[in-house]
Design a protein around this ligand. Sequence first.
Ligand code: GLY
Length: 325
Amino acid sequence: MSHRRKFLKQSLIGSAALFPGVVQADILSERKSLNAKKPLILSTWNHGVPANATAIETLSSGGSIVDAVEKGVMTTELDLDNLSVGLQGLPDREGIVTLDASIMKGNGECGSVAFLRQIKHPISLARKVMEDTPHVMLAGEGARQFAIAQGFPLEKEELSPKAKEAYEEWRKTSKYKPIINIENHDTIGMIGIDENGKMAGSCTTSGLAYKMHGRVGDSPIIGAGLYVDDEVGAATATGLGETIIRICGSFLIVELMRQGRSPQEACEETVRRLVAKSPNSKEIQAGFLAVNKDGEMGAFAVQPGFNFALGDMSSNELIDSKSYF
Ligand code: GLY
């Protein structure tokens, strides 16, 4: 059994324990509509299934929607099998893991951290930036110093065994080329809406493997990797950050929904825009998820292979997204 299949099976089994109704829907279009009952949580890739389970559990035990999206992606940040989120992720070209994360509430409050080292839960630090500073974004050494001041433990700076092996292999050629759907997951973006229509979102990643030291992707950029507005809806992104930043992807989706597009139409239009602005679009992957204030949802990606998890109080499904190509 491949690593990915094994992971998926374990994830689904884990969720099935919480939600007996867990199924895997093969093709999004097979569903009559992408509707679920509020509260609901949407998150990117197969690692979204266990993350959704944590988020729903948080809501069930009285947590708020922002607690849910923080705790949900913390599950992924701790997943030692995951090479694209958290300190166990793949490093930059110098062999150093740097993390990006953002969190946003539907009332406009938001926080993010970028180019962060040695902190296990960048999403929780992003929340601290949102709640305990006058700023939106802290980066690099400043973010690390803020983490220390807030009592976050500093982790040892060493690669996980899997990341080390992959990095040593990469160093044999040192070729810098994004790989489509690498391990079929990249970044966790999560958006949720509670039963009263309050929304929140989170996004966390170790970023592009073997990036230049100092590179920051879309995930910590409010409006690129994540955007939430209680008056309209929420969106999040995954994939090659540079292409998402150039079009302010998540903000664009929310603004298209504000103008009357459905979440699905807004995701599709945004991917069309991204493809039009990316001369190398055949070689890259980017995907988006959206939910509007009525709980309608959308998903679309550049390439086939993008999937996402949809969780509500009775089910937690992995669904394949439709794509441009
Ligand atoms: N979407 C994650 C990144 O490009 O860093």
